[in-house]
Design a protein around this ligand. Structure first.
Ligand code: SF4
Length: 110
């Protein structure tokens, strides 16, 4: 359909700033995963809570344009979050005795 001057109207664009702080295009990662389940997701709590991708930290601004949506399909850099009890630098705790969760460097779990 054309307008009064014979031009086709441009498709409507969403209003406002869109979240676009993804490390890679959403949907290029594992199926069924989202930014909300990714280990790179960073929540910044100020007056409100802002969701950012830790891999895109160099591009962060104070604006919404560098946010990510928690429900966005995962990108190819998606990584599983560390499980509770995993050491932040040395990875998962290992069981050295049956039923124990001893850390390889720091000894038995308390
Ligand atoms: S899936 Fe993870 S790595 Fe990819 S944009 Fe979202 S938070 Fe960043």
């Amino acid at each position: 359909m054309s307008d009064l001057f014979g031009q086709s109207p441009e498709p409507a664009k969403p209003k406002g700033t869109q979240a676009n702080g993804y490390a890679f295009p959403p949907g290029t990662g594992p199926e069924g995963e989202t930014c909300g389940s990714c280990g790179h997701l960073t929540r910044i709590r100020l007056a409100s809570t802002y969701s950012k991708c830790g891999l895109a930290r160099a591009r962060w601004t104070g604006g919404k344009a560098t946010d990510v949506l928690l429900r966005s399909p995962a990108c190819r850099r998606w990584e599983a979050r560390a499980k509770a009890g995993d050491h932040p630098f040395h990875g998962p705790l290992t069981a050295t005795r049956p039923g124990s969760l001893d850390h390889p460097f720091y000894g038995p779990a308390a």
